[in-house]
Design a protein around this ligand. Structure first.
Ligand code: SF4
Length: 293
């Protein structure tokens, strides 16, 4: 049986960088606090915990003083940096440069649109760390519209609108939202060309993976998709694999594999989310080999 690991699956460069920064700090100091999970993958979080990384919540961060805290790739709102300054916290900033650039865009976009009594709209998951970092640039004034277009009705379509997307959102859903907003603006007898601007802010590291995984899934008899259960990117990419190959199985660790999945199968593809470590996909491939099918 042939087993192939998708070489384009696994961590994006933002996460690779954050983990590298954490490892360097841990080698130097032996311990480090991280504000929230460094990546939505329990296995990788456990590995780093064993090296001395301690994941803390935002509530715990508020109580902390005189310590060093890592900011993960998702980024943080300005209030986190302010609190760190007040409490003598040394920030080790591993925010992804793409996210930082988006934060800047949202901040300047908000300043501009605010002068015209307009609104900033973020297409993303309410409560997600990256989204919190983005709305923080607007003093939490931005409207967050989720995947089911929640909160859409809170937008005033007769006023200027500037739209941004969380970097890991689905491209098609974003395009549908853009079309819907244009239609709503027209219903107000306004011209979308004058008072609506949608910025293309989905990260290429994620948006290119969907079409690639669709053909990867079609080219294998069985697909094993490896991801943490909390990863929204994992759920999205798994859906693409399953739509293209019904013999796709979602697992979080090698122990979840079942021998009967590989009956009458000559080609297995192992792939995963942007938060899945390569070492975990390799572990899964090794375990499949042991079934000796
Ligand atoms: S998905 Fe893109 S923007 Fe988000 S952390 Fe990875 S590289 Fe950065």
């Amino acid at each position: 049986m042939e087993i192939n690991i998708d070489q384009r699956s696994g961590f994006c460069f933002g996460v690779i960088n954050a983990i590298k920064v954490a490892e360097e700090q841990l080698q130097q100091h032996g311990n480090l606090y991280c504000l929230g999970d460094i990546v939505h993958n329990n296995k990788e979080v456990e590995r780093l915990k064993e090296m001395g990384l301690e994941v803390i919540s935002h509530q715990e961060f508020e109580q902390l003083k005189n310590a060093r805290v890592l900011i993960r790739a998702h980024g943080e709102p300005p209030s986190t940096y302010e609190l760190a300054r007040q409490n003598n916290i040394g920030i080790i900033d591993a925010s992804c440069p793409v996210v930082l650039k988006l934060q800047n865009k949202v901040r300047t976009g908000y300043e501009e649109v605010n002068r015209e009594q307009g609104q900033v709209v973020i297409f993303g998951k309410e409560g997600h760390a990256e989204v919190n970092g983005l709305i923080g640039q607007t003093g939490n004034d931005a409207i967050v519209v989720g995947n089911n277009f929640e909160n859409l009705d809170t937008i005033d379509f007769s006023k200027p609108i500037v739209l941004y997307s969380q970097t890991t959102q689905n491209k098609e859903d974003y395009e549908n939202l853009i079309a819907l907003i244009k239609q709503k603006i027209k219903e107000q007898n306004c011209n979308p060309q004058n008072n609506f601007k949608a910025h293309k802010t989905i990260c290429g590291q994620v948006s290119n993976r969907g079409p690639h995984l669709a053909s990867f899934s079609q080219n294998h008899d069985v697909v094993i998709f490896v991801s943490g259960k909390k990863s929204s990117n994992g759920k999205y990419l798994y859906g693409i694999c399953r739509d293209n190959n019904p013999r796709t199985h979602f697992i979080s660790e090698a122990e979840e594999l079942q021998a009967q999945w590989f009956e009458d199968c000559s080609k297995v593809g192992v792939c995963g989310a942007t938060s899945t470590p390569m070492w975990l996909m390799e572990e899964v491939a090794e375990k499949i080999k042991q079934f000796r099918l």
